[in-house]
Structure formats: structure tokens, C-alpha cells
Design a protein around this ligand. Structure first.
Ligand SMILES: NC(=O)c1ccc[n+]([C@@H]2O[C@H](COP(=O)([O-])OP(=O)(O)OC[C@H]3O[C@@H](n4cnc5c(N)ncnc54)[C@H](OP(=O)(O)O)[C@@H]3O)[C@@H](O)[C@H]2O)c1
Length: 360
């Protein structure tokens, strides 16, 4: 299967994904999938399109050096590229959306996704904004267009939580979930328990490309709120946005509070929750003091965990011991394979015929 790919966003995640496509080429070859990156868009480093295929290594070097992503690429926009993607004659078109999270609106990612659907392109994304703000509408639009809208990397990096529920829990009803889902804040809380300063721990996450471009999104609980909204929208049809999530950040936490908890076998964690109620879904992100025996209580560093309470399977706990960029890039890779599988299974659309045409 030939897939033409547009990378909309070429930062930490987009570049790591481009590299992973090369590292895992044997896995693509083994499935008969031939991927050509035809477009790359950035915010401040221009955009570039070549239907014959782009050299992503060179493009990454140019961007890392502070230059434009391609020669003479300053005037093209992401929307231009998505439109050009739609004009290609290929078996599948895929847009990979990795622009920064805008927690208040989900834009520009939502507009990019709608443009991709209009261009007949499947969408895979690590950006939780569109799922947190517009999941119901975007999923319906994708279904109507016969296209995939996948976002495994949006929550818990590469751990397949959305795939797990969608593919392996048909008919199961999720009544509530709770989780530690922000790596940056969990890393900071763990580091402070060990005597390190807040700022130094945050700087480490920024240097690793794990913290959001605007780190206050992590520290103030917005990133976790967006993830809670995204999961609640997908699993509970909550129809909420991050603003509907009662929210607390970690900036008011001091070392004495953390050490007092540790002294009695507890840990302070930033916990996101959502619960179905008679009047809709109630969601929050709050500091909680948890016993070390709690699956969320003992998480260290960048580790994340999620406990899903289901009607049939009871409580299911998923733990991610090691987060990081490579895992998020891998989630995009998994979504790409899923698109290829779905496309190869899709029944080709037949031309409409009226009954009066009769049978041959
Ligand atoms: N980093 C992680 O570990 C991680 C994990 C899970 C999910 N995510 C999500 O993945 C997404 C990307 O994260 P990241 O760490 O790669 O962010 P990043 O390093 O800030 O990269 C964002 C990219 O988007 C580009 N961009 C900004 N505005 C754009 C626009 N209007 N049109 C086209 N491109 C635009 C930026 O270009 P310029 O640099 O030129 O502005 C940059 O190439 C975010 O939504 C984030 O929440 C990240």
C-alpha cells in the first residue's frame, strides 16, 4: 500500500516520528506499506511540499539549525499543504498533526483536521486539543467521510489506552477513571521529594522535550485537564472541554508537604478523574495524598498510570513506567499501521446505480 504523508508540525514529536519511520522501515516493508513524506509544515520555519518525497533528515537538520524546513518555503501554509496532499493520486493520504496544544480552543489543530478530511486524508495526531474540544463532531465527520481519526499518542505517550478500549473491550461501559497522566508534574513531585528544586526538575523536562512548549500548561494542570476531557469525551461521550474540568496545579506544593506525606508512607500526586453522574460527567484534576500501595501512589519520575472502572471487567489498571518522546512517536506509528489496515480492508465504493438500470 502506498501512503502519502503530510507532517503538520515538525517539532520534538514530529521529528522523532520521521526518524522512527526510517528505523522501523522493515516493519513497514513486512506489511507491504510504502510511506512517502510529501509535506512538512511548521509555525516559524516555513513549509515544504514535494510529491516525489522529502528528505526528512535534511529537513530536521535545517530546522534544528534555525533555518527554513526547505528551500524557498517561507510562504506556504499548513492549509496549502493539506490541500496539495488531497490532489495526490495514491492509495491513502495521511495527515500527522503535532502542532502545540492550545488548551483554550484546540486550534489550529481542529482546523487542520477538518481540512484533512475535506482533502480525503486520514488523521493521526498526538495533539490532545482536538479530542478535548471537539471529539464528538470530528469523529462523526471522519465516519461520514470514511476516514480514520486516531490519536493514540495524545494520552500516556505510547501506551495503547485508546486502542485497548476500542479494540479489546467491545460493549464494556466505563463508569469512571482516575490517573496520573502528566509526566512533567510527576517528575517534579518525585524530584522534590528527593530534595531537588522545582525549577531544576522542570528544566530537565523542558530539555528532554517532554514539557509542553508552554510549561505552565503542565504546572497549572491544564495538560492533565485536557487529557481527562479527551478520555471522558471518547469513553463517556461527555462532550466537555478542559475548562469544564475542576483544576488544581502543583505550583503551590512545597517540599515540607511532600516530605510529611512520605514520612507516613504516602505520596502527593496530581490525579485526574472523571465519573459518570445522573447529570453528566464530573471531571477534575487535583492534588491527592495516596498510600504507597495505591497503583497511582508509588509512581516515580515520568511514570503514568490509569485506573479504568468498567461494568464487566471491574477495575483495569494500566501503568507506563517510562514515558518519553520515542513512545509518543511510536503511538503515531501504530496509528499509521491501523490506517493502512483499515484502508486495505475497506470495501471500495461502487458507483451508485438506480434500480431501473436493471442487472446485466
Ligand atoms: N513532547 C511530548 O513528549 C508529547 C507527548 C505526547 C503528546 N504531545 C503533543 O504533541 C504535540 C507536539 O508536541 P511537541 O513536543 O512536538 O511540540 P513542539 O516541539 O513545540 O513542536 C510543535 C511543532 O508545530 C509547529 N507549529 C506550530 N504552529 C503551527 C501551525 N500553525 N502550523 C503548522 N505547524 C505549526 C512548530 O513549528 P515552529 O517550531 O516553527 O513554531 C513545531 O514544528 C503537542 O500537541 C503535544 O501536546 C507531546
Amino acid at each position: 500500500m502506498r501512503i502519502a504523508l503530510a507532517l503538520i508540525g515538525f517539532g520534538h514529536v514530529g521529528r522523532r516520528f520521521a526518524l522512527l519511520l526510517q528505523e522501523l522501515k522493515p516493519a513497514l516493508d513486512g506489511r507491504g506499506i510504502e510511506v512517502t513524506v510529501v509535506a512538512i509544515a511548521t509555525g516559524h520555519h516555513g513549509a515544504v511540499f514535494d510529491r516525489a518525497g522529502l528528505d526528512t533528515v535534511q529537513a530536521a537538520q535545517r530546522v534544528a539549525g534555525g533555518g527554513l524546513v526547505g528551500p524557498g518555503s517561507a510562504s506556504l501554509t499548513a492549509h496549502d499543504l493539506i490541500h496539495q496532499l488531497g490532489s495526490l493520486d495514491t492509495e491513502a493520504r495521511v495527515m500527522v498533526e503535532t502542532t502545540p496544544l492550545d488548551v483554550q480552543s484546540g486550534e489550529p489543530a481542529i482546523s487542520h483536521i477538518r481540512a484533512a478530511f475535506a482533502a480525503g486524508a486520514h488523521v493521526i495526531s498526538a495533539n490532545k486539543g482536538p479530542v478535548a474540544h471537539a471529539y464528538r463532531a470530528l469523529a462523526a465527520e471522519a465516519r461520514a467521510a470514511g476516514l480514520q481519526f486516531l490519536f493514540e499518542g495524545a494520552v500516556m505517550d505510547g501506551i495503547p489506552i485508546f486502542n485497548l478500549v476500542r479494540e479489546t473491550m467491545p460493549g464494556v461501559k466505563i463508569g469512571s477513571f482516575r490517573g496520573v497522566v502528566n509526566s512533567t508534574t510527576n517528575h517534579i513531585l518525585t524530584a522534590m521529594e528527593r530534595g531537588e528544586a522545582f525549577d531544576a526538575a522542570l528544566a530537565r523536562m523542558q530539555a528532554a522535550g517532554v514539557a509542553e512548549a508552554d510549561a505552565s500548561l503542565d504546572v497549572d494542570g491544564w495538560d492533565a485537564a485536557a487529557k481527562v476531557a479527551a478520555m471522558a469525551n471518547v469513553w463517556m461521550d461527555a462532550g466537555i472541554t478542559p475548562r469544564d474540568v475542576e483544576r488544581e496545579g502543583i505550583s503551590a506544593v512545597d517540599a515540607p508537604r511532600l516530605l510529611a506525606a512520605v514520612a507516613v508512607g504516602h505520596h502527593v500526586k496530581l490525579v485526574g478523574r472523571a465519573t459518570r453522574t445522573n447529570v453528566g460527567v464530573r471531571a477534575s484534576v487535583q492534588l491527592e495524598t495516596l498510600d504507597v500501595s495505591d497503583p497511582l501512589g508509588s509512581l516515580e519520575g515520568q511514570a503514568n498510570a490509569l485506573e479504568i472502572e468498567t461494568d464487566i471487567l471491574g477495575r483495569v489498571v494500566i501503568t507506563q513506567r517510562d514515558g518519553g518522546l520515542e513512545k509518543t512517536a511510536y503511538a503515531l506509528f501504530v496509528d499509521l499501521i491501523a490506517v493502512a489496515n483499515a484502508t486495505s480492508k475497506a470495501v471500495p465504493k461502487r458507483p451508485q446505480r438506480s434500480f431501473s438500470e436493471g442487472t446485466p
